[in-house]
Design a protein around this ligand. Structure first.
Ligand code: R1P
Ligand code: URA
Length: 313
């Protein structure tokens, strides 16, 4: 920790920078593309307008806790690309701290990678879910002294949190438009599979049904259990459903968080395959651009650029 922080409830430094993202007001645009991987973030940032086109510097910040933020413009519209790392808690840090340093409505699209439970969404395809839920390891099931023995199941499957329907429809369209010419030349890329659900596991391993003889997991049935509750589940990953959940829990209706998500399929959980780096190299830049297109086509109240890092000089 470099700075002195005040307010244990929501820590900030003297400049108003939030604790983990290390950002202050005016550094995050109201349209945000979030990814897990900072290399992906930098690759997508190549699509941003140049500094000459923008009329200002492209802002970059890497926080001590590993959040990478890049704010610039895409086709003249201010956007932020933010890499958060992995898992629900990182999504929680990101959504709460970004909300604290932005004004007005914000639009967030997550572009992740996932495992697929759908044979029609093989590695190289892109899933656009209409909503998501979580699969959480029930620690109490494994505890030596249980406090909730009535919940004697190893994994808890939540209800559904919906994505923003309009943003999701836009994203499906921009993704299909972007992938079509690539798929026409290379059948390892595509299709776009929309209309199903995403599941966030609290682990890449146990709660996503991966078998690991080293640990007591009791997870042989977890995928079947999830599918019996939510039969339209296409994808398994670790952040998107949490994004939808937090967007749903915003209390201030004047400052909504609108959220959508898409994932490139990396792992084939039906036939046990994995995407190749060559296919990622073809897919990721095209899909990333499609997300930027969807973000700038999302209508939200614009904020005054004065005093922001995207103020034109
Ligand atoms: C696990 O390998 C990670 O990949 C997926 C999961 O959600 C998890 O974060 O997404 P990202 O590729 O965006 O990190
Ligand atoms: N990310 C996940 O969380 N799971 C997968 O199977 C692949 C990527």
């Amino acid at each position: 920790m470099k700075e002195t922080l005040t307010n244990a409830n929501f820590p900030r430094d003297a400049q108003g920078r939030v604790y983990h993202l290390s950002l202050k007001e005016g550094e995050v645009a109201n349209r945000i593309l979030t990814v897990g991987d900072h290399v992906r973030a930098r690759a997508i940032a190549r699509h941003l307008d140049t500094e000459e086109e923008c009329g200002h510097k492209i802002f970059e910040n890497v926080s001590q806790r590993g959040f990478t933020t890049i704010t610039g413009r895409y086709k003249g519209v201010p956007v932020t690309i933010l890499a958060i790392g992995m898992g629900n808690p990182m999504m929680d840090f990101f959504v709460r701290e970004v909300r604290a340093v932005t004004k007005g409505p914000i639009a967030i699209i997550r572009f992740g990678s996932c495992g697929s439970l759908n044979v029609n969404a093989p590695p190289g395809s892109v899933v656009v879910p209409y909503g998501g839920y979580c699969i959480r390891r029930n620690l109490d099931y494994f505890a030596e002294e249980k406090v909730t023995p009535q919940l004697d199941k190893p994994y808890l499957i939540s209800g559904v949190f919906k994505a923003d329907a309009e943003m999701t429809a836009t994203l499906e369209r921009t993704m299909k438009e972007a992938l079509a010419p690539v798929t026409a030349k290379n059948d390892m890329v595509g299709p776009v599979v929309a209309g199903g659900l995403n599941a966030d596991g609290c682990s890449f391993y146990s709660s996503q049904g991966r078998l690991d003889p080293t640990f007591w997991d009791d997870n042989e049935e977890v995928i079947q259990d999830a599918l019996s509750v939510h039969p339209t589940t296409n994808s398994l990953e670790m952040e998107t459903s949490m994004l939808f959940h937090l967007a749903h829990c915003v209390k201030d209706t004047d400052r909504p968080i609108r959220a959508a998500g898409c994932m490139q399929v990396f792992a084939d959980r039906v036939n046990n395959g994995f995407i190749s780096p060559d296919v990622v190299g073809l897919l990721e830049p095209v899909a990333g651009r499609a997300v930027l297109e969807a973000l700038i086509q999302t209508k939200i109240e614009e904020v005054d650029e004065k005093g922001t890092v995207w103020e034109r000089k």
